[in-house]
Write a protein that binds this ligand. Structure first.
Ligand SMILES: Nc1nc2c(ncn2[C@@H]2O[C@H](COP(=O)(O)OP(=O)(O)OP(=O)(O)O)[C@@H](O)[C@H]2O)c(=O)[nH]1
Ligand SMILES: [Mg+2]
Length: 455
């Protein structure tokens, strides 16, 4: 239980059919009772259709509401949920009335933070709530749901239990000052340490995919002027987002939009065409384009199938040799035989896709190639178990892995039980950071402050 009672709108602000307001804390039900007399006596977790009134007796709204008695609520505390008409005027009036009779406006993520502090969720599950809310593709929500259901937590808890059992044996040998840890205990410890390390490194393999899945990947379209970059950008987005024209130098700024391929999110960028700079605006546009490309997870270098390779274009392509690159030969509809000139260019060893941004020919193949290039290696690992670590979880498990590596070395050197116990404790501590058993306050602060208000 936490001292005060919090209130917030849990649905997005703006006009809607219904808006949901949540109240949680020791006075939650009492506060609803002041607006809907009798609420204290309601059967919990049951919907009631009532008129809410303010303290002056004025009608606030006709609503559907329910009360929850802790610990049987999302936060684990007493709570109330009000579904009112989705007008911001009504929402504000109900929230103000709640504050007037003792509630306080909730901080971002405070409901979930309270759920965590009451033991309703562990930290990995609380993070999954944020992932679930942010999910845009089915794969993202499937992974978040697996984590929320305890998929990751169970794996970590099993590792912890195994390590804790061994720690007890090792520490017993210190306490009872036996001359040595018995030989069979030693052999067993080596086996458990190896197995645990294997399991942790298996989990760590999903971290790369987790990063890509949560944060998306950046694809930058670049190449010579007029090659059809903006046309390709629009075709991949499925809308006329960028200006297209037969005049070279049409695009000046970097444009960025989200697309989804195979369950992953991509930030697709269109940039200014590359050429000899004419004016200041053009050179600034190209500078921005090059900067975007130098940070891309994948560069789509677009060339016109009908044009040969100018040496400037080749230099530009080579200046990004450290990036993943796909050569896209565009306007194949204009070139019978499909742009062999460009495909057989000095950049021939690059993977090449021929497309027509105008007819749509080859776009499916391009999407497949993008996916293969950026996510295919990862997706199989993620989709098997639907587990994908985030950066924080990865850091903690790497610390556990390192402690187990040291433990392995100490075991090999027949080190004293005190040292072995230190490493096992370190590994346990690191695992505990994933589920929150041993997470510091600043970690909690960072996680929950990234939530929205009302969750
Ligand atoms: N036939 C044909 N024309 C295309 C194709 N893609 C683009 N174009 C045309 O080529 C011209 C230039 O297209 P844009 O998409 O503006 O080219 P860009 O590379 O963005 O040009 P800049 O922004 O100036 O660098 C326009 O007239 C397009 O209609 C294509 O696949 N086939
Ligand atoms: Mg353009």
């Amino acid at each position: 239980m936490h001292g005060d009672t919090i209130v917030a709108l849990s649905t997005p602000p703006g006009s809607s059919g219904i808006a949901v307001i949540r109240i949680s804390g020791p006075d939650a039900i009492g506060i609803l009772d002041t607006m809907a007399p009798g609420a204290r006596a309601w059967k919990p977790r049951t919907l009631h259709n009532r008129v809410l009134r303010d303290t002056g007796g004025e009608m606030l709204d006709d609503v559907v509401a329910a009360v929850f008695h802790g610990p049987n609520s999302y936060t684990g505390e007493d709570a109330a949920e009000i579904s009112c008409h989705g007008s911001m005027q009504i929402v504000s009036a109900i929230i103000e009335e709640s504050i007037g009779v003792g509630a306080r406006l909730a901080e971002p993520g405070e409901f979930t933070r309270r759920a965590y502090l009451s033991g309703k969720l562990d930290l990995a599950q609380a993070e999954a709530v944020a992932d679930l809310i942010a999910s845009e593709t089915r794969l993202q929500s499937q992974v978040a749901l697996e984590h929320l259901g305890g998929g990751l937590s169970k794996r970590i808890t099993a590792i912890e239990e195994r390590l804790r059992a061994k720690l007890a044996l090792v520490e017993a040998s210190i306490d009872f000052s036996e001359e040595d840890i018995e030989a069979y205990t030693m052999a067993d410890l080596v086996a458990v340490s190896d197995e645990t390390r294997r399991e942790i490194s298996e989990l760590l393999e999903s971290e790369v995919a987790g990063g890509k899945l949560r944060h998306g990947m950046r694809i930058t379209i670049t190449g010579p002027r007029n090659a059809g970059k903006s046309s390709l950008y629009n075709a991949l987005l499925g809308e006329e987002r960028a200006i297209v024209s037969p005049l070279p130098g049409t695009t000046r700024d970097v444009l960025r939009e989200r697309i989804h391929i195979g369950g992953f999110t991509y930030y697709l960028e269109d940039t200014a065409g590359l050429a000899e700079a004419g004016c200041e605006i053009e050179s600034e546009g190209m500078r921005r384009g090059r900067e975007a490309a130098s940070a891309a997870d994948l560069i789509l270098f677009v060339v016109d199938a009908g044009e040969g390779w100018t040496c400037g274009a080749l230099e530009e392509l080579e200046s990004h040799a450290d990036r993943n690159r796909l050569l896209v030969v565009n306007k194949t509809d204009l070139v019978p035989g499909g742009g062999e000139a460009a495909a057989g260019s000095p950049a021939g060893e690059l993977r090449t896709v021929t497309v027509s941004a105008v007819s749509g020919e080859g776009l499916g193949r391009l999407r497949e190639k993008i996916f293969e290039f950026t996510a295919n290696g990862e997706v199989s690992g993620v989709s098997r178990e639907r587990i994908a670590l985030n950066i924080r979880q990865g850091m903690a498990l790497r610390r556990a892995e390192e402690a187990l590596e040291r433990l392995g070395r100490e075991l090999g050197m027949n080190s004293p039980a005190e040292i072995l116990s230190l490493e096992i404790r370190e590994a346990l501590d690191a695992c505990g950071e994933v589920t929150g058993r041993s997470a510091a306050e600043d970690i909690l602060e960072e996680i929950f402050s990234n939530f929205c208000i009302g969750k």
